[in-house]
Design a protein around this ligand. Structure first.
Ligand code: GCU
Length: 138
C-alpha cells in the first residue's frame, strides 16, 4: 500500500508547540518539542493487517547536536535513541526511517525526546504498512 501521511500538528503533543515559522513543512505546521527530556508526540495510525511497517519521520534540526528520541509502538519502546541529526538549518527538512511491527487496526506510535535538548522539529510521519492491504487513515 502507499504510505499514509500523519501530520505532527494533528497528533497528541505533550510538552511541545505547533509552529509554522520555518518554511518547508507540509500540512499546516510542525511540532517544536520543548527542550527537555520526555517531550513527546503520539500518533494514532491504522494498519490493515498485522506486520512490518516502514515509518518515515520528516524533521529538521537546525542545531549542531543530534536530538535522539525513543520510538514506542503500543507502549513498548521499539527503537531506543533513534538519531535525528543536524540538518543544517531549521528550514532544511530531511527524513529518517525505521521499520516496526504494527498490530492490525489502531496503533499508537509515540516519539519521546531523550535529551535535555528535546526532539527535532517534526513535520510528519509516513506509515507504509507492507502488508499489501490498503491503509486507511485513522
Ligand atoms: C529555535 C527554533 C525552533 C526550535 C528550537 C529548538 O527556537 O526556532 O523551531 O524548535 O530552536 O531548539 O528546539
Amino acid at each position: 500500500a502507499a504510505p499514509v501521511q500523519y501530520q505532527a500538528e494533528s497528533a497528541t503533543i505533550s510538552n511541545g508547540l505547533v509552529e509554522s515559522n520555518h518554511a518547508g513543512f507540509t500540512g499546516s505546521g510542525f511540532v517544536n518539542y520543548d527542550n527537555e527530556v520526555g517531550s513527546s508526540v503520539e500518533f494514532t495510525v491504522n494498519a490493515g493487517t498485522a506486520g512490518p511497517a516502514a515509518l518515515t519521520f520528516r524533521f529538521a534540526n537546525g542545531t549542531t547536536t543530534n536530538r535522539p528520541m525513543n520510538i514506542s509502538v503500543n507502549g513498548t519502546v521499539v527503537a531506543s535513541n533513534l538519531s535525528f541529526p543536524a540538518t543544517g538549518a531549521w528550514t532544511t527538512w530531511t527524513t529518517k526511517s525505521t521499520t516496526v511491527t504494527l498490530a492490525a487496526g489502531t496503533n499508537t506510535i509515540k516519539t519521546v525526546a531523550t535529551t535535555a535538548n528535546g526532539g527535532p522539529n517534526l513535520d510528519r510521519i509516513d506509515v507504509d504498512a507492507q502488508s499489501g492491504t490498503p491503509d486507511t487513515v485513522a
